[in-house]
Design a protein around this ligand. Structure first.
Ligand SMILES: Nc1nc2c(ncn2[C@@H]2O[C@H](COP(=O)(O)OP(=O)(O)O)[C@@H](O)[C@H]2O)c(=O)[nH]1
Ligand SMILES: [Mg+2]
Length: 374
């Protein structure tokens, strides 16, 4: 899953390590040149003192005690050795310090790769910013550089995915007043109806009772579609006829659930494009009339920046509390989870991983990050 994103991040880690190694080799070269130059200088200086003129000192071929006057004095030799030792110690430094200049090119490449994997520009900038803060101008232990980079990326992505407020659905339903009212929003075809069916099954598996409201009264066949799912699952559906007022259908479902002490109402809604003003007015009315405990935005993870734009519009218009991303099984690039979380600051709580009822997976940030970085 998320193969491309994983490959790009792997490439970034590899290149950062290469740069650290190149930097080390370069430092060694400069230092060894310095050491050679200084050794020669000191030797030259020493010979000056004995002969009074510029000449290169030849290495004594006879025993040292015979030619002592021709070479550098003991004191000078000590100085040479000391300088060399200090330099050599520098060469074997245990840490490496990466600067913005070192990583400039590969950070830009990483940003391009993130964008190509459905990460929004703004989110890619935030990732880069935080990554720079973690990686640059720090003394990093050379032996654990790979681990350090991995952990830095993981922490960065974790921060990007951290919402303003966590949502634990099962806990909220168990602790909230009955019925707990959930309304699902999103444009056509993103997977609202399918996700409601999956959610009904998931809640029932967790010993919670549910009622479904057939709130998509706009699309042909929508009521029949949700009824079919409900029949398969043995769940009650409250419906009116097509073109009926969706707010009223959901209201009836809530009344039904109240009368029977049902734990949760799952309300479907109509899609259309997020830019459709009628749709947004209808959604606002649904919210006003029914005061949901949770407004879940359903986004298709295959649609990249479109999903982000939809999430932002729904969030601005009606205020969403949580996100479910569908079709994660179908070669999603993964970037939309990062962008939607980062920009709306709402948590992704579940992901759709297929077309059967059991294919709803609780979204765990660590799981997601581990899919991207091994
Ligand atoms: N592969 C895959 N397909 C999905 C997933 N969720 C929904 N779908 C499919 O997406 C299509 C549209 O789903 P639907 O629930 O009707 O979307 P709605 O218009 O938002 O209600 C259907 O063919 C679903 O089977 C998912 O997680 N994975
Ligand atoms: Mg539908």
């Amino acid at each position: 899953m998320f193969n491309s994103l994983r490959e790009q991040i792997k490439k970034f880690i590899g290149r950062t390590e290469e740069i650290a190694t190149e930097k080390e080799i370069k430092e060694i070269r400069i230092l060894s040149e310095n050491v050679t130059r200084k050794t020669e200088d000191t030797a030259l200086h020493a010979s000056d003192k004995t002969t009074g003129q510029m000449q290169t000192v030849k290495r004594p071929t006879e025993p040292v005690w015979l030619t002592q006057d021709a070479g550098p004095s003991k004191q000078d030799e000590k100085e040479v050795k000391l300088t060399a030792m200090t330099q050599i110690k520098g060469i074997f430094k245990k840490t490496v310090r990466l600067t913005e200049k070192d990583l400039d090119g590969i950070l830009t490449d990483l940003q391009m790769d993130l964008i190509q994997n459905d990460v929004a520009l703004e989110t890619s900038e935030a990732i880069l910013e935080e990554l720079k803060e973690r990686l640059l101008d720090k003394d990093i232990d050379k032996d654990s550089l790979d681990l350090y980079i991995r952990v830095s990326i993981k922490k960065t992505l974790f921060d990007i995915l951290t919402p303003d407020k966590e949502v634990d659905l099962l806990e909220m339903i168990s602790e909230g007043e009955k019925p707990f009212k959930i309304i699902f929003f999103g444009v056509n075809g993103t997977g609202k109806t399918t996700t409601i069916a999956k959610m009904a099954r998931y809640l029932m598996d967790n010993d919670l009772s549910v009622v479904i409201a057939a709130g998509d009264t706009f699309r042909a066949g929508a009521i029949e579609q949700i009824e079919k799912h409900a029949n398969n699952l043995g769940v009650k559906v409250i419906k009116h006829q097509k073109t009926a007022d969706a707010a009223a259908v959901i209201y009836d479902a809530i009344e039904h659930a109240k009368a029977r002490s049902v734990d949760a109402v799952l309300a479907d809604t109509a899609g259309r494009m997020q830019t459709n003003a009628n749709l947004m007015d209808e959604m606002k009315k649904i919210v006003r009339v029914n005061k949901p405990d949770l407004k879940i935005f359903i986004g298709d993870s295959l649609t990249g920046n479109d999903a982000l734009e939809q999430a932002e519009t729904f969030n601005n218009e009606i205020g969403i509390d949580a996100v479910i991303l569908t079709k994660m099984d179908a070669d999603a690039k993964g970037g939309s989870a990062l962008s939607i979380s980062h920009i709306t600051k709402r948590p992704v709580i579940y992901v759709g991983m297929g077309q059967t009822y059991k294919d709803l997976k609780k979204f765990d940030r660590e799981w997601f990050i581990n899919q991207i970085i091994d």
